[in-house]
Design a protein around this ligand. Structure first.
Ligand SMILES: Cc1ncc(CN)c(N)n1
Length: 209
């Protein structure tokens, strides 16, 4: 079994809880309440700051030029254009703010991202990036056509599905498969922690409504 699949299976129950989370499923159906969506996106905007920094750390710490390129491409294309404009438009639509105080789940996730970034340990950086993107592909893949009409739901799904996003996730998984075998347990600890944080993040969106 390839290493990335082995990692996912070690966390099977928690993984399934994330990719079928009621809040994520409500996004795919366009039924997530505006207030929940606002709270979630306000926190995710804060998440994306550390996530973007982590992409930069991947560019810096990758072991080959071939590996640096996809991070640079993704960083330029998505984090600074499509995704960023989405947040501003969606938060304006929902009456949200880009300066919300951090919820504990957000602070914990930023803590993990900042920790692996500070270490400049490429393998652990890829581990966190891979969980974040693979999980999101997982729930977004549940969306059925026609996608929700409202752009807040629809574009959030589109940002995490489609050919390009699948190729990006495949690349991240490939990096884990290429480099992770010799540090299995260490990688699993970070992988598991990131999956737990993804679940807590979705829980946070619906726990205060
Ligand atoms: C919490 C979380 N995890 C993952 C993603 C996908 N980039 C996200 N936007 N937010």
């Amino acid at each position: 079994m390839i290493f990335s699949e082995w990692l996912r299976r070690q966390c099977e129950a928690e993984w399934t809880a994330v990719v079928t989370h009621p809040f994520a499923m409500a996004i795919t159906k366009g039924t997530a309440a505006d207030d929940d969506m606002r709270r979630y996106l306000e926190q995710d905007f804060q998440f994306v700051d550390s996530f973007t920094a982590l992409l930069g750390a991947a560019v810096a710490s990758a072991d080959t030029f071939e590996a640096r390129v996809p991070y640079g491409k993704f960083l330029g294309q998505v984090a600074t254009t499509e995704e960023k404009t989405y947040f501003h438009r969606a938060l304006a639509e929902l009456g949200g703010t880009t300066e919300a105080p951090l919820e504990p789940a957000t602070a914990a996730f930023k803590g993990l991202m900042d920790e692996v970034r500070a270490k400049q340990d490429y393998l652990l950086i890829v581990t966190v990036l891979c969980v974040a993107e693979w999980c999101y592909l997982g729930w977004a893949s549940h969306a059925e056509e026609p996608l929700p009409e409202g752009f807040v739901h629809r574009e959030w799904i589109e940002l995490h599905e489609g050919e390009e996003f699948r190729a990006w996730v495949a690349f991240l998984r490939g990096e884990l498969d290429r480099l992770g075998e010799n540090r299995r347990e260490e990688v699993l600890t970070v992988f598991r922690k990131a999956v737990e944080l993804e679940r807590a993040f979705f829980d946070m969106a619906v726990s205060q409504g």
